[in-house]
Design a protein around this ligand. Sequence first.
Ligand code: CAA
Length: 260
Amino acid sequence: MAFENILTTTENGISTITINRPKQLNALNKVTIEELSNAIQSADQDPAVKVIVLTGSGEKAFVAGADIKEFANFSVEEGKKLAAEGQEKLFNLIENAGTPCIAAVNGFALGGGLELAMSCHIRVMSITAKVGLPEVSLGVIPGYGGTQRLAQLVGKGKANEMVFTAGMIGAEEAFQWGLANHVVAPEELLSTCEKIAGKIMKNSSVAISYAIEAINAGYKDGVNGYDAEIDAFGKCFGTEDFKEGTTAFVEKRKPEFPGK
Ligand code: CAA
């Protein structure tokens, strides 16, 4: 697939997707959202891909937000459509993907950029990363799920403060808040993601996809997370991975999961 604003590579079970508009600090315009959506869907459907890593091109930014220049003249209806389509096409897609997604946050992750990182299952930040939701400084609010996911990750009080002040925090503070899983030197960012991916890949990809489903269920309106867990737990018993995992345990050997 040829893309204008993103780069993709797949190696050793890891699909790395790089947002590549460094001159615009990788801001998310319509085309970029569309391309990311396509790339995530095809990686998620590829049985050879066990982990997706999402990062930004250049040293300065992961993503500096939604493209402000693109929406500056939007009407109420257009604004609503921008948020609805973006959430559906990309942010919810990532959160609900069956393949674990790791955000490798290499610099500024602001507005839609932090929202993108928060929609990923795991966040690894370079010590140089700066993150925040500055939307109210533009007269708008986070529209790509930020008001919901930030509160889920750091609690309502801290989320309120970050949104109301439009302030930025560094990677170490993000780690203390629970927003970053790990903080590393810039040169160790991708290798740390690869190490985490390596640990993930030793396990059953089918069981992991059910785990994602069950964990997410607890955050969905009208869905009982415990019931979803029971359902997903039961489904595992019908998989080849389960047979292999339990047989390997009994035979005292390492499992070789077929991923089915
Ligand atoms: N949209 C469009 N262009 C952007 C952008 C964005 N979000 N962020 C940066 N750029 C562009 C700049 O306009 C500039 O382009 P030109 O050279 O063509 O003028 C280029 O990227 C470099 O940016 P700066 O010159 O501003 O770089 P800096 O080092 O001085 O500042 C920064 C860096 C603090 C990140 C600053 O660029 C900035 O504040 N960016 C905007 C951050 C922001 O407000 N994000 C939220 C967007 S709204 C949103 O995301 C809504 C939503 O939830 C759906």
